[in-house]
Design a protein around this ligand. Structure first.
Ligand SMILES: [Cu+2]
Length: 194
């Protein structure tokens, strides 16, 4: 997969490519797996927003969500200005830590960023994207990915676009998430009894 990326190209070129790729998926991708009914319809739904505050891009949401509740991800930024986002469940130990690691992750697809691009089968060169959302484990938000295995993930390239599905991780689980396009965008949410 990595060989499909020309790392010599400018970041602007690649972001454009990703936008093009995600444009395709926006037409064909979103919706299918989200249709399942929640197992616990009374559990209160929660929303995590993708926002910009000053220069910073970040995830904003509650610290906890009930098992069985719907968890909605909403993109409140303009992709023409900041590029697309992903909301990707992944192991915290695989997150980039230093400024340089974050830069290499989002600009060179090193580490977990490259892995997430692979989960989505996105090829910025050709504009092709194979999979969105990425659904693994139980149907719903439950599986953190890593450098070695896929996790649940959703990619967004439109302002005000949102995607919702049930939290199927067991109570007590903490789900960590990161954006593969802006690797400084990270967060976590703890799953509690519904
Ligand atoms: Cu992002």
């Amino acid at each position: 997969m990595q060989k499909g990326f020309d790392l010599r190209k400018s970041n602007v070129m690649r972001v454009t490519g990703i936008v093009a790729a995600l444009g395709v998926l926006a037409v064909v991708g979103v919706g299918g797996p989200a249709a399942a009914q929640p197992a616990h319809p009374k559990a209160k739904a929660a929303t995590i927003d993708m926002v910009q505050e000053g220069k910073d891009l970040l995830f904003e949401g509650p610290r906890t969500v009930a098992a069985g509740a719907k968890l909605k991800i909403k993109n409140l930024t303009d992709p023409r200005k900041v590029g697309p986002h992903t909301f990707s469940l992944a192991k915290k130990s695989d997150f980039p830590k230093t400024k340089q690691q974050i830069k290499d992750c989002e600009k060179k697809f090193v580490g977990i960023c490259g892995a997430i691009i692979e989960w989505h089968q996105a090829d910025p060169e050709t504009g092709e994207i194979g999979e969105n959302p990425v659904e693994v484990g139980k149907q719903g938000w439950d599986r953190e990915g890593s450098l070695k295995r896929k996790g649940d993930s959703w990619a967004s390239e439109r302002e005000n676009q949102s995607f919702s599905r049930e939290v199927t991780a067991a109570p007590g689980t903490t789900l960590h998430f990161i954006c593969a396009v802006h690797a400084g965008m990270t967060g976590k949410i703890k799953v509690v009894e519904g």
